[in-house]
Design a binder for this molecule. Structure first.
Ligand code: HEC
Length: 105
């Protein structure tokens, strides 16, 4: 019984930690989206309501609702006038991806 309660406690602590990490990652992604993404911040070219971004060079992310795979491919390879973001730190790139997926759905 005690063992059971303890493992439930450990599980809930673990998932709280995971949730906190996700929240921090998403907040970091939002910051980079608006300024910090290299070579140019996403917000310069894209509209995304949650970020207060109104860029109109690329598609409106609220409309295309890209999934993580599409974001990752686009950021790694670039598309049209959108540059590649492959030189960015992977954790930073993944933070932007997590943020845009969450903010655009
Ligand atoms: C210099 C302007 C510019 C910047 C900066 C930029 N984009 Fe783009 N993006 C575009 C344009 C233009 C397109 C459409 C390209 C085309 O279809 O030819 C596009 C397309 C996309 C697409 C759709 C790709 C597809 O599947 O068709 C996604 C997703 C995207 N951008 C995400 C991002 C994210 C995330 C960032 C920041 C890391 C970013 N963009 C930065 C201009 C930009």
């Amino acid at each position: 019984m005690i063992k059971h309660t303890l493992s439930a406690l450990v599980l809930s602590l673990l998932s709280t930690a995971a949730l906190a990490t996700d929240t921090a990652q998403i907040a970091h992604g939002k910051t980079l989206f608006n300024s910090g993404a290299q070579p140019i911040a996403c917000a310069v070219c894209h509209t995304l309501q949650d970020a207060g971004a109104t860029g109109a060079i690329g598609p409106d992310l609220n409309e295309i609702k890209p999934d993580a795979e599409r974001l990752r491919k686009t950021m790694m390879e670039g598309v049209g006038v959108m540059p590649s973001f492959a030189a960015m730190d992977e954790a930073d790139r993944e933070a932007i991806i997590a943020y845009v997926v969450q903010a655009s759905q």
